[in-house]
Write a protein that binds this ligand. Sequence first.
Ligand SMILES: [Mg+2]
Length: 213
Amino acid sequence: MPRSLLKPVLFFDFDNTLMQGDILDEVIEKYSPNEAWRDWEDAWAKGHLPARDCLRLQVENMRVSRERLFGDLTRVRIDPAFVPLIRHILRSNGIDGIPIFANDLRFLANDRLAASFPFYDPACDRSANAKARHLVPYRANRIIFAGDGHSDLDAALAADVVFAKCALANELDARGVAFYPFDALEPVLAYLETVEDPLREPAAWAAEPDEGR
Ligand SMILES: [Mg+2]
């Protein structure tokens, strides 16, 4: 069976993909008592510091209480297309909940934080969370992935259909890999609405992805 006829499965990056803005970047900037986080960020972007080390240094340098951080998180907004997107996913697959594969955070005494990385893979140190590994059990499905960052690249390359913006879009461009550009999630919803029934004629959705946009 061609992969385009397989039942679709969707994977979303979180920061700046499901959410409006990059929450982690914002709280690191807000609660760092000094500018050291910028040096670590630069070293990571240049490939001199693995993502996990960069995140651990940045998070453990922060000073914020659980109450204060959670207070900030109540102001964060999910992309408005996500709610109908999830309704589609639930309706077409009978899923009870959505699996989340994320890094972890613990609150310690004196407003200190500890980061841990349950999905770290040394073979993929561009990301503290080896996202491509989460896709592996779904190879019998048509995998749709949406993301924005350098750390999303391995998962994007392992997916059948990719929605990309920002650094991820640039990386895919540089490799000549086809993807659908997106800003907010509305195009992902529009795409899903056309493929919800995998046995339906596949001609309904409009454009082929841009070749190496
Ligand atoms: Mg992101």
